[in-house]
Design a protein around this ligand. Structure first.
Ligand SMILES: [Fe+2]
Ligand SMILES: [Fe+2]
Length: 192
């Protein structure tokens, strides 16, 4: 497998884990317990400052190249590119609602729960489509030269949460992720 495809899949694993964390908070919310709004905001801030700024634009370039090489892929390519735009709008709206809850200007939970669940569902189904259809096509059709051209055409953004240059604003979220990883490892050990 090429490094580019492995990186692509690895980023999906990270995003899926963040969506699980976000969903856990919405479940708390649903049970009438107090969710961690700051953590939800950190997750959504990341989603709108890494996937939306680098992951999806890089995919758009890969999708355009796939379409050049296989015109039958047009329906799925168009669908995924449109979903990128929709996810960005959804994500930005959710960030605004969470910011308003954190700063106390709104309190209506439905302003977060309904769009939050819709965002999670749409992002998950989007990644599933990419992994079941587009990643195999990319692995088959795109050469190393294509990936080099894609890399050169895109403005690089360092992953501020999982990358090498980690931003301080995600320190609490990183601790939460590490706690979750330890808890799931412990669950794995006790279940064996
Ligand atoms: Fe995508
Ligand atoms: Fe993706």
């Amino acid at each position: 497998m090429s490094d580019s495809i492995a990186l692509w899949q690895g980023e999906h694993v990270n995003f899926a884990m963040l969506l699980d964390l976000l969903e856990d908070q919405l479940d708390l919310f649903h049970e009438g317990k107090k969710p961690d709004y700051e953590m939800m905001l950190d997750i959504m801030f990341y989603m709108t400052h890494y996937p939306d700024l680098l992951h999806h634009p890089r995919e758009d370039l890969a999708l355009a190249r796939i379409l050049e090489l296989d015109t039958n892929s047009r329906p799925i390519v168009d669908d995924l590119i449109e979903q990128h735009l929709r996810l960005k709008d959804f994500g930005d709206a959710l960030v605004r609602s969470l910011q308003n809850i954190v700063n106390g200007s709104i309190t209506a939970r439905s302003r977060v729960e309904v769009p939050g669940r819709a965002y999670i569902a749409e992002f998950r189904s989007h990644m599933l489509k990419e992994e079941s259809v587009i990643l195999p096509l990319a692995a088959k059709l795109l050469s190393e030269a294509d990936w080099v051209a894609i890399g050169a055409a895109i403005r690089h953004v360092e992953d501020p949460l999982f990358g090498l240059k980690r931003e301080e604003r995600y320190a609490t979220l990183r601790e939460q992720i590490a706690r979750e990883a330890r808890a799931s490892k412990a669950r794995g050990l006790t279940s064996t």
